[in-house]
Every structure is written in structure tokens, then in C-alpha cells.
Design a protein around this ligand. Structure first.
Ligand code: NAD
Ligand code: WQD
Length: 339
């Protein structure tokens, strides 16, 4: 196992849970984050849980001089690259910010890696690169490249860049990890998802309704061609996702090239099924009303995760009840997030 890993975006939701998992494995971690969508409280809590602290550097992945300095200062062998902007709706209104942070940021990071002779990289991609899938479950080799918004396009473009790098130079070992719908929180309830303002995503929205911060959930469409008419997604516990990164890092030690792995559970759940599961976990009602479909949403999306099982020996272990239980514990213990 590699000893020093730089985690870009490591103070954020998925980055902080993965940093915690790395620290627990005895790996030294340098977190680089500009704190545009996070605070260092997540890392302080991760240190509280693990008894080990990452080095924290506040800065931007587009700052090449800063990156060069970090690669000179620390014996970094591997980069886990989470940093970026992720709000689909916002990306439609602020495309430049999205392409700059996500695409330019990744190019700058890769240039600094080449300069430093570091060629092992795991990138946070997304099921969004599949667009509206023609078939489910979605396996890695189905056609990509029809995302419907600038956020999704930025992820697709970055995947292309990283594939091209690996094709051009055999020293690269790259994991393109396509996450499905990450939810939940660390079992301690000390770290979790802390969205700014009104949440865009289903789980944090439901949690804030259950805790009384929001009056009701708005269900975006009950006329989809699914069993109960609501959208179906592959929700995955964030700690399963974190563990997927550990397995991917191990796999990269013996592989070169760029490799795509879906990180999902292989199970699709409807919005109504998620509401019922959350009500069971929290013992609270989740009032909702039906509204029209949200622009850009698709009916059904879930992974075929068998490639990750075969090649990484990784499989999601936590089911929907555990995802709901841990999301609720985090929400109850931290009604105002890290604030
Ligand atoms: P997040 O916003 O909680 O974390 C991203 C972190 O990156 C934040 O801490 C932010 O401050 C930091 N950051 C943003 N731009 C930066 C920059 N230019 N320089 C340095 N730091 C910067 O998001 P998350 O949910 O943890 O997502 C992590 C990654 O996973 C993102 O790349 C996201 O696109 C991807 N992803 C997320 C989901 C999801 O549903 N959460 C699904 C698929 C893929
Ligand atoms: C899930 C389901 C909604 C909110 C997004 C990005 C994707 C990835 C993960 C980064 C859908 C329904 C939601 C609400 C609702 N992110 N819903 N009321 O849209 O699958 O994926 O996050 O890569 O790229 O697009 O996740 O949690 O927003 O929605 O009815 O208030 O819940 O219609 O069926 P989505 P989500």
C-alpha cells in the first residue's frame, strides 16, 4: 500500500470520509482544499475518530506553483482527486466556473504530477457521464458522452483527458471511478454531508424535512416508467465508496493505463422507497407533495458493479437501512451541519 496520498477536495463530503478511511489504514494524507464548499471541521472530526491527523493545506488545484511546492515537500506517490464543483443546476448558470474548476483544475494538477514524476491518480467521476442510459444495469463499456449539463460535460471531458494521458505515457496508472448516488455518513455520526443552503439532492433534503428544518419534500415526478412512477437510483453508502477508493489504490499499484470502475451497489430504489426507508430509520414522518419532473432528470439509473468486484475485490456492504440510519444519525447529531 502507498504511504503518502494527496487528497484534493479532502475536506468535502466524500473526500473527508475517504481521508478518514486512509488515516485508519495508517496512510499519511495531505489534504488540499480551497474550502469553497467545506470547512476544516470535517478533518478535525476525522482526526478525533482515527487519532491521526492529515496535513491540511488551504489552496486551489489551479495554483500550479502551490502544487509544485507540495510535491517537492511531501513524499507523495498517489493523488486522490475529489476537488471540483458539483451542483448540476448551478453548472447550467455558471459554466465557466465549472469548466475552470473541474477541467482546468485537473489539467493543472496533472501538469504538476508529471513535473514531480507522480503518475498514480484516482479521479471522482460520476454516473452522469452515461447520460440517459439505454439499458440498466449500466456497465462500464456502454456508450458515454451525452451528459445534459456543464457539470456532467466537465466530468466527461476530464475522463477523456485522463484516457489520453494514459494512452500517451505508459507510466500513468489512473482509476476513473464512476460514483452512483453517494449518501449516508460515517457510523459515528461525527462526519457527514453538509450542503450549503437548501439541498439539491434527495437524501439531505429528506433528512432536513425529518428534523423539521424544511416543511416537506417535493417529489419531482410520479409519472416515470418505473414501478411506482418515481425516479430510481443506485444509492451507495459513503463509507462503502471510501473503501472502494482504498481498493482502487491497491489495484493501481500493479496496473498501468486508465481503468473505469463503477462504484454502485447494483440495486435501484425509487424516491418512494427511500422515503419509506428513511421514515423507518428515523421513526419520523417525511411529508411530501408531488410536483412536475425536474429538468434533466432521468427515470432509472443503477450500476452493474461486477467489474469492481472482479478487478478490485470490492463490493458495497451496506444496504438502504444502514444508509438511512447513518444519514439520520448525522442529521440528528448535527442539525446545522458543522456550523
Ligand atoms: P464536496 O463539494 O463536498 O467536495 C468537494 C471539495 O472540493 C470541497 O471541499 C471544495 O471546497 C473543494 N474544492 C472545490 N473546488 C476546488 C478547487 N478549485 N481547489 C481546491 N479545492 C476545491 O463534493 P463531494 O460530494 O464530496 O464530491 C467530491 C467529488 O465527487 C466531486 O468531484 C464530485 O463531482 C464527485 N461526485 C460527487 C457525487 C455526489 O453526489 N456527491 C457523485 C458523483 C461524483
Ligand atoms: C435522486 C432522485 C430526483 C431531490 C445527482 C447528479 C449526479 C450525481 C449525484 C454528481 C431523483 C429525486 C431529488 C428532491 C426529488 N452527482 N428528488 N426531490 O439527480 O440522481 O444525481 O447527484 O456527480 O450527477 O445529477 O440525485 O439526489 O438529486 O435525485 O424527488 O428534492 O430523487 O428526481 O429521482 P441525481 P438527486
Amino acid at each position: 500500500m502507498t504511504s503518502t496520498v494527496i487528497v484534493t477536495g479532502g475536506a468535502g463530503y466524500i473526500g473527508s470520509h475517504t481521508t478518514l478511511a486512509l488515516l485508519q489504514m495508517g496512510i499519511d494524507v495531505v489534504v488540499l482544499d480551497n474550502l469553497s464548499n467545506s470547512t476544516t471541521a470535517s478533518l478535525e472530526r476525522a482526526a478525533q475518530i482515527t487519532g491521526r491527523s492529515p496535513v491540511f493545506v488551504q489552496g486551489d488545484i489551479r495554483d500550479e506553483a502551490l502544487l509544485n511546492g507540495l510535491f517537492e515537500k511531501y513524499p507523495i506517490q498517489t493523488v486522490l482527486h475529489f476537488a471540483g464543483l458539483k451542483a448540476v443546476g448551478e453548472s447550467v448558470n455558471r459554466p465557466l466556473a465549472y469548466y475552470d474548476n473541474n477541467v482546468t483544475g485537473t489539467l493543472t494538477l496533472c501538469k504538476a504530477m508529471v513535473r514531480a514524476g507522480v503518475f498514480r491518480l484516482a479521479f471522482s467521476s460520476s454516473a452522469t457521464v452515461y447520460g440517459n442510459p439505454a439499458i440498466v444495469p449500466i456497465f462500464e463499456s456502454v456508450t458515454t458522452g451525452m451528459p445534459t449539463n456543464p457539470y456532467g460535460c466537465s466530468k466527461y471531458m476530464i475522463e477523456q483527458v485522463l484516457q489520453d494521458l494514459a494512452n500517451a505515457d505508459p507510466r500513468w496508472s489512473i482509476a476513473l471511478l464512476r460514483y452512483f448516488n453517494p449518501v449516508g455518513a460515517h457510523e459515528s455520526g461525527l462526519i457527514g454531508e453538509d450542503p450549503n443552503g437548501i439541498p439539491n439532492n434527495l437524501l439531505p433534503y429528506i433528512a432536513q424535512v425529518a428534523v423539521g428544518k424544511l416543511p416537506e419534500l417535493v417529489v419531482f415526478g410520479n409519472d416515470y416508467p418505473t414501478a411506482d412512477g418515481t425516479g430510481v437510483r443506485d444509492y451507495i453508502h459513503v463509507m462503502d465508496l471510501a473503501e472502494g477508493h482504498l481498493r482502487a489504490l491497491e489495484a493501481l499499484e500493479t496496473r498501468t493505463g486508465a481503468h473505469v470502475w463503477n462504484l454502485g451497489t447494483g440495486h435501484g430504489y425509487s424516491v418512494f422507497e427511500v422515503i419509506r426507508a428513511f421514515e423507518a430509520a428515523s421513526d419520523r414522518p417525511v411529508p411530501y407533495r408531488i410536483a412536475p419532473r425536474r429538468t434533466g432528470d432521468i427515470a432509472t439509473c443503477y450500476a452493474d458493479p461486477s467489474k469492481a468486484m472482479r478487478e478490485l475485490g470490492w463490493k458495497a456492504k451496506r444496504g438502504l437501512p444502514e444508509m438511512m440510519r447513518d444519514a439520520w444519525r448525522w442529521q440528528q447529531m448535527n442539525p446545522n451541519g458543522y456550523r
